[in-house]
Design a protein around this ligand. Structure first.
Ligand SMILES: [Zn+2]
Length: 348
């Protein structure tokens, strides 16, 4: 079968090639790939900055934002042939740490977890893949291709769960929310904050393309420019850019008691003074700045409900490009109007 593979830590090693059928050890459920979403992590792996092949192997099958159709449910699953499924990405560490032991592998403390398409387990960018029944999440068939948004939705479902749990540390009545970065994660954050009846604002660098109208159609407000120029102080900020200056501005501009949820990783570059100012602002306003990564089964289950409750037409506008697997390099190259790009392996 065909797959998109890469030799991790070796730039330019990605290729679309023939590999053996998936190993039965990877799970008793056999799935035909429909689509796989592409994100910044995939680009980093292809650029040789990140990623680990399975033990004893040199190459890794890429892809962690999956959507597939069950070909063979195997002997011990409640799935049926033809069901649409998405694969959970992370597996608990083998020790396991206390968090993994209770199924909260998203909070793994020893770093020995594995992740499909990222860390030591093959991903989903192959014509067929296998999965353990307990890690296959069935998605409503009415979602169709939109099911490929489940993994990004789990990230936001977890992040907002954490933000609102943290909010319970004190009497807290959040009214305004700011999302920085109008990529797929940011737009899904805006969708879910709107569902919590907040006054939602989204800030991004660009003022063209589909993003401004997509935000307005949610009933949210679109901004460009600096966070510091906003004429209000948000109660909740979901930071999705990972850009040092945006993070620093967000921390400084949050309201008292505000909660800043960092979901973006990357373009840091914060100098000493900036970090000091950030810390001071957080301390003096009793703010919580927290990191959030990955999601556990509870979040995956909830995310499926969140997708199903959303307007499918609006969700569909987040998928701005579908590429064939052989054109995966084009899928990885960011274009100005891209929101979510998917690689489509078969018809839905
Ligand atoms: Zn662990």
């Amino acid at each position: 079968m065909k797959a998109i593979t890469v030799e991790p830590k070796k730039p330019g090693s990605a290729r679309y090639e023939d590999i053996p059928e998936p190993d039965e050890l990877e799970g008793s459920v056999l799935v035909e790939a429909i689509a796989v979403g592409v994100c910044g992590t995939d680009a980093e792996i292809v650029e040789g900055k990140y990623g680990w092949a399975p033990p004893g192997k040199t190459r890794l099958v890429l892809g962690h934002e999956s959507l597939g159709r069950v070909l063979d449910p195997g002997p011990r699953s409640s799935l049926k042939k033809g069901d649409l499924v998405v694969g959970i990405v992370r597996r608990p560490d083998p020790v396991p740490c206390a968090n993994c032991a209770v199924g909260e592998w998203d909070m793994c403390t020893n770093g020995q977890y594995t992740e499909r398409g990222i860390k030591e387990i093959h991903g989903f960018m192959s014509e067929r893949w296998r999965i353990e029944p307990e890690y296959a999440i069935k998605v409503d068939s009415s979602l169709g291709l939109l099911g490929v948004l489940l993994e990004p939705m789990t990230v936001i479902t977890k992040a907002l769960e954490q933000a609102f749990i943290i909010g319970q540390r004190a009497y807290w009545e959040p009214k305004t929310a700011l999302v920085t970065g109008a990529g797929p994660i940011g737009l899904l954050a805006a969708l879910r904050l709107k569902a919590r009846n907040l006054d939602v604002h989204v800030l991004d660098r660009i003022d063209s393309g589909p993003k401004p109208q997509i935000v307005r159609d949610l009933g949210a407000t679109y901004h460009t420019g600096s966070v510091l120029d906003l004429d209000f102080h948000p109660d909740v900020i979901v930071e999705c850019t990972g850009v040092g200056a945006v993070i620093a501005d967000s921390i400084q501009h949050a309201d008292s008691g505000g909660i800043i949820c960092l979901t973006g990783v990357g373009a840091g570059g914060a100098a000493g003074k900036v970090v000091a100012d950030m810390a001071a602002a957080a301390v003096l306003k009793n703010n919580v700045i927290f990191g959030s990564v990955n999601a556990n089964k509870r979040h995956w289950y909830r995310a499926g409900q969140n997708l199903k409750n959303a307007d499918p037409q609006w969700l569909g506008r987040l998928i701005t490009r579908c590429e064939k697997p052989e054109n995966f390099q084009m899928a990885l190259e960011r274009q100005p109007n891209d929101i979510k790009v998917v690689i489509q392996f078969s018809e839905i």
